[in-house]
Design a protein around this ligand. Structure first.
Ligand SMILES: Nc1nc2c(ncn2[C@@H]2O[C@H](COP(=O)(O)OP(=O)(O)OP(=O)(O)O)[C@@H](O)[C@H]2O)c(=O)[nH]1
Ligand SMILES: [Mg+2]
Length: 343
């Protein structure tokens, strides 16, 4: 599934340095010629993709990017130093748009792709440049050109690797908050989650992955009952589904089938997707019941992970299971994503 993450940011390139007015002063030369140097060019603001950047989260902390201004020219024909560029590192697959018009300015797909988001202003010319036959001692220089500035929008299509499904109240959002830094709304009533929520799961050794938490599914969800239906398509393309089951509920078997049937009714292929079962809320049942309940799922051919989001018990084990699996699994082909996602 693809989510769009976006951010607005302001770029201001460096102004060009001013040209300098100066004349040669030598001990025995009465009237030296002009020797004012040019101003340096202002730095550019450059957007560059990097594999190391995984999300737009940095834009939450910083939305203004300014490149350095060029230095002014000096006497003795010394040109001003060029301003330093400001480089904004963004994830591969970022799209840059003009915030005002929405025009697409750049589609940065590959590692190291760059786009000059704001050009630095040219430096002004020193007075030596203005000397002519008729005016040998120009007393003026030109000013540096201001650097470009504008508001831009960056959009990133995120492919969630892991989708969380389950009945309302099963603890999906709580699990998301345990596995990632996401801070979704959690409450003891159904349909707390109204919109898909994303989080980034960091592993010890592997690349981080994106988890999508969607609103709870109920019976009939595939046909539009409740909230979940619209969101099922969001998890269609995840590599793994995590089915969260409140195993403290005595109806856990029936609840399990409800979701499995909804997934199947929505799309046959979803029940063939790699699914891990998470048996949540084990803190609410007698410890001796945990293996017994887990066995019921194991007999069905699953390898459930029993845990408690409340106490944190089992969370590390779940992370390990996911990391091991993802290390083995093939990466999906992102390049063909566009066509598959089209309505
Ligand atoms: N005792 C206990 N309570 C839990 C556990 N995990 C989640 N809860 C509680 O269960 C309730 C529902 O949790 P949520 O994470 O909001 O459930 P959800 O599946 O996201 O629910 P919807 O968004 O409504 O679909 C909250 O009151 C949580 O505090 C757990 O391991 N043990
Ligand atoms: Mg929720």
């Amino acid at each position: 599934m693809a989510f769009i993450d976006e951010a607005k940011f302001f770029v201001k390139a460096g102004d060009g340095g001013d040209g300098c007015v100066s004349f040669r002063r030598e001990k025995y030369v009465a009237k030296g010629g002009p020797n004012g140097g040019d101003g340096g060019k202002g730095g550019d603001v450059i957007v560059r993709t990097s594999r190391k950047i995984q999300s737009l989260i940095d834009f939450r902390f910083r939305s203004h990017f300014k490149a350095e201004r060029g230095r002014g020219g000096q006497g003795k024909d010394m040109h001003g130093r060029k301003g330093e560029n400001c480089i904004i590192e963004v994830p591969n697959g970022s799209m840059i748009k003009d915030d005002e018009t929405g025009e697409i300015l750049a589609d940065l797909l590959h590692d190291g792709d760059t786009y000059i988001a704001a050009h630095g202003g040219d430096g002004g010319l020193g007075n030596s440049r203005f000397a002519t036959g008729t005016n040998r001692t120009p007393r003026f220089a030109s000013k540096g050109v201001p650097g470009e500035e504008r508001w831009l929008r960056i959009e990133l299509k995120l492919i969630a690797d892991i989708g969380l499904v389950g009945l309302p109240n099963a603890g999906k959002s709580t699990l998301l908050s345990k596995l990632s830094a996401a801070n979704p709304k959690i409450a003891d009533y159904p349909f707390t989650t109204l919109e898909p929520q994303l989080g980034v799961l960091h592993f010890k050794f592997s690349e981080p992955v994106i988890i999508a938490d969607i609103p709870g599914l109920i019976e009939g969800a595939h046909a539009g009952v409740g909230l979940g239906h619209n969101f099922l398509r969001h998890i269609e393309r995840t590599r793994i589904l995590l089915h969260i089951i409140d195993v403290s509920d005595d109806n856990f078997k029936k609840n399990f089938y409800t979701i499995e049937k909804e997934l199947q009714a929505y799309k046959e292929e979803l029940v063939e997707r790699t699914r891990f079962l998470v048996l949540n809320k084990i803190d609410l049942i007698d410890p001796s019941d945990v293996p017994r309940r887990a066995k019921w799922f194991r007999d069905k051919g699953f390898e459930p992970v029993s845990l408690s989001c409340l106490t944190g018990h089992g969370i590390e084990e779940l992370k390990q299971v996911l990391e091991d699996y993802l290390a083995e699994a093939e990466h999906p082909d992102l390049s063909s994503d566009e066509s598959k996602d089209a309505p």
